[in-house]
Design a protein around this ligand. Structure first.
Ligand code: PEP
Ligand code: MN
Length: 352
């Protein structure tokens, strides 16, 4: 439930509303915004006596949020949420953010080389898995804590922000210590202990859509993160499973404008996992930008045929160059632009 105040409501009137909500046994959450002063009522079990709030001085209206998800909805917050990463990258604003890197961190040489290349080609965020959620227990599971250290080294050299996956609640702390953003993968979208822990991590979270998750389920998973106090959540459309094995998944392009109309959170797209085919990634990255994605996440590897995971869908660096060149004009056609890479923290081309 939302309590919308009159424009000229006094601080005392706002405080009275907050105190009343507390007395009723719920949590009051002021909602920042330029357009209106509103206070959210959290913990509503559907039995709230709204009459107690409607009559308070300064209250303009009391709105019942109609959706099952509350804090992530556009009803709750009308303006886009801007998610800021430590290197200055902003998601959800006019700029389209490029996130690139290998599926998995494989070695120091590999991650430092690809970080340097994708930064020079236009990425602002380095992606790379240290803990990998593999379908088969016999597949490469990632370098674990060592992979996180290598990602942090790559960040220090290039100025790129780092996003990497936490596969369980236990690994959130160590991922939060090394990364700028915590990824929650498709296989874990409904891992509630993990969502709750990531909601208390103090780091922005990149939440990927589950393999067969509806948009409502994705938004409810995001609600777990916000309800634990983390407002910095970015959603990612990465394709859903279908009957047709011709592509790895079916890229649900409509999910991008749809999610953006239902939520104030940034929405990005991952055409690598959505297609599973290297030569389809660039066309679908173009489509994602055209559909209004706030960012594009792609797998890029210095030598895809040798990759230890997802090589068939990983771009060669030259293809990433093409992606950047083609997505720029598309972004401009819809009044946006590609985010510029950060200024590196360490001398360019530091020896690898
Ligand atoms: C990944 O980003 O490498 C990954 C495992 O993605 P998803 O969770 O979307 O399958
Ligand atoms: Mn992958």
């Amino acid at each position: 439930m939302l309590i919308v105040m009159h424009h000229r409501a006094t601080p005392d009137q706002i405080r009275t509303v907050v105190d009343t909500i507390d007395e009723m046994g719920y949590r009051a959450k002021p909602i920042p915004g330029y357009q209106r002063i509103a206070i959210g009522l959290v913990g509503n079990d559907g039995r709230v006596e709204e009459a107690r709030l409607v009559g308070l001085p300064g209250v303009r209206e009391v709105i019942k949020v109609s959706k099952p998800y509350k804090q992530v909805s556009r009803e709750w917050r009308e303006e886009n949420t801007l998610v800021r990463l430590e290197n200055g990258t902003v998601l959800g604003g006019p700029e389209v953010v490029l996130m690139a890197g290998p599926c998995a961190v494989e070695s120091r040489g590999q991650i430092l080389e690809i970080a340097d290349r994708v930064r020079h080609l236009g990425a602002s965020v380095l992606r790379g898995g240290a803990f990998k959620p593999r379908t088969s227990p016999y597949s490469f599971q990632g370098l674990g804590a060592r992979g996180l250290e290598l990602l942090a080294e790559a960040r220090d050299r290039t100025g790129l922000a780092v996003v990497t996956e936490a596969v369980d609640a236990e690994s959130v702390a160590v991922v939060a210590e090394h990364a700028d953003m915590i990824q929650i993968g498709a296989r874990n979208m409904q891992n509630y202990p993990l969502l709750k822990r990531a909601g208390r991590s103090g780091r922005p979270v990149l939440l990927k859509r589950g393999m067969s998750a509806t948009i409502t389920e994705l938004l409810l998973a995001a609600e777990y993160l916000l309800s634990e106090g983390n407002p910095d959540v970015v959603l990612c459309e990465r394709g859903v499973r279908s009957f047709d094995p011709a592509t790895r998944n079916v890229f649900d392009l409509t999910a991008i404008p749809l999610a953006k109309s239902l939520t104030h959170l940034p929405v990005i797209a991952d055409p690598s996992h959505a297609t599973g085919m290297r030569d389809k990634v660039v066309p679908m990255a173009r489509a994602a930008v055209a559909a209004g994605a706030d960012g594009v996440l792609v797998e890029v590897h210095p030598n895809p045929p040798e990759a230890l995971s997802d090589g068939v869908q990983s771009l060669y660096p030259e293809q990433f160059r093409e992606l950047v060149a083609q997505c720029g004009p598309i972004a401009r056609a819809i009044g946006r632009s590609l985010a510029s890479p950060p200024v590196p923290l360490v001398a360019e081309h530091a020896g690898v």
